[in-house]
Write a protein that binds this ligand. Structure first.
Ligand SMILES: Cc1cc2nc3c(=O)[nH]c(=O)nc-3n(C[C@H](O)[C@H](O)[C@H](O)COP(=O)(O)OP(=O)(O)OC[C@H]3O[C@@H](n4cnc5c(N)ncnc54)[C@H](O)[C@@H]3O)c2cc1C
Length: 336
């Protein structure tokens, strides 16, 4: 059986703890080394969260010269605890990111740039990326690890509760609110299917359609059978304490106490550069990729939430590692 030597474990834990305790400017400096080399990169990764860092690690370990451009807005940043990612269950997203950054930044093949990528153009040998502060970088291959942006309904209080007591996924947060008084915010087929799923975690369930329900008679009958009430009243606001829900307040002045609310929401791509390069999207709005995670534009790859429905940290890391290995292998074979 192999194990991490105790000394190495203490060393990395101490470094990660020190990183977490650092004042922000210093932590930012460590996380994003000052640019020292503006030459061509083998690979530029736009997005330095879970999928982007996993791809960077695999590429950097394959001795490819990698640049990671990130502006620090992962979609789960407000959630107090991240679950269902083996070895990191229950940690904060910031803790997981701190260890990941520390490990990835130890490779001298990988450079970080803190800022927003604005545009990308095709060049003769690859691509050129421009960032908001004006610098341009060139690369052979381009990976987008840019995530998605949730389009929450415009209800007062919902943004403050997002990821805390307004939840997107039962596999990430359902266990923590099992058997609690829970609502689903949604309508029609999507809300019906979601309600079916959530009935696994609690029987104290109400569907809030925030206006006239668009359910079929059959769907209503099924919800009745499971004693799931449908509330069609329009919602005025969510009353909460620091993101922890207390009541749903309706426009007619009535209220309903609630502990958790699932809000399956539409989304858009967090970054529009892939579309501007010609990358096609699926009907659902994900970036179209093949089995090697290449988009419909040769040399451009997409990984993580922007290209997959399986919205988990584990899946983002898996896609990043896969892309990192596949792309570097392709480059090694092409160069041989
Ligand atoms: C509220 C919430 C709670 C969640 N909880 C869990 C959980 O408990 N367990 C779990 O497994 N999963 C959870 N998830 C899902 C998980 O967070 C995502 O699957 C994961 O973050 C996807 O990683 P990613 O790298 O694809 O994208 P993200 O983590 O969203 O990161 C994308 C990165 O790209 C950067 N970026 C985007 N565009 C640009 C640009 N133009 N220039 C520079 N940088 C850019 C962003 O700033 C960001 O850092 C949760 C999601 C949400 C929304």
């Amino acid at each position: 059986m192999t194990s991490i030597p105790r000394r190495a474990f203490i060393n990395i834990s101490a470094k990660a703890t020190a990183f977490l305790l650092m004042p922000l400017p210093l932590a930012t400096f460590l996380k994003y080394n000052t640019m020292t080399n503006k030459d061509n990169f083998d690979v530029i990764i736009v997005g330095g969260s879970y999928s982007g860092l996993a791809a960077a690690m695999a590429q950097g370990r394959a001795l490819k010269k990698v640049l990671v451009i990130d502006d620090g807005k992962p979609c789960n940043r407000q959630t107090p605890h991240s679950h269902n990612f083996l070895t990191n269950d229950g940690k904060t997203p910031a803790e997981i990111a701190a260890v990941a950054n520390l490990q990835v930044s130890s490779y001298d093949t990988i450079t970080f740039f803190y800022g927003r990528a604005l545009t990308a153009n095709k060049t003769e040998s690859g691509f050129q990326i421009q960032v908001a502060s004006g610098e341009t970088f060139t690369t052979n291959k381009l990976i987008f690890a840019t995530g998605i942006k949730d389009l929450l309904p415009s209800i007062n209080g919902i943004s403050e509760c997002w990821g805390i007591s307004v939840i997107h996924c039962p596999y990430c947060h359902g266990y923590e609110v099992r058997n609690e008084k829970t609502g689903i915010l949604g309508n029609g087929d999507i809300a019906f299917d979601f309600t079916k799923l959530i009935s696994n975690w609690t029987k104290d369930l109400t569907l809030f359609t925030n206006g006239t329900a668009t359910l079929t008679n059959e769907q209503r009958k099924k919800l009745d059978e499971h004693r799931i009430e449908v509330v069609e009243k329009e919602i005025e606001q969510l009353e909460h304490n620091d993101g922890q829900l207390r009541n749903i307040i309706f426009k007619d002045g009535s209220m309903s106490p609630i502990k958790a609310l699932y809000a399956p929401s539409p989304f858009e791509q967090h970054c529009k550069i892939p579309e501007s390069l010609g990358c096609e999207l699926t009907e659902e709005g994900y970036i179209k990729v093949d089995s090697l995670l290449e988009t419909t534009v040769e040399g451009v790859f997409a990984i993580g939430d922007n290209a997959s429905k399986m919205r988990t940290v584990a899946n983002a890391v898996a896609m990043g590692t896969t892309a990192g290995m596949m792309i570097s292998k392709k480059m090694i074979q092409e160069a041989f």
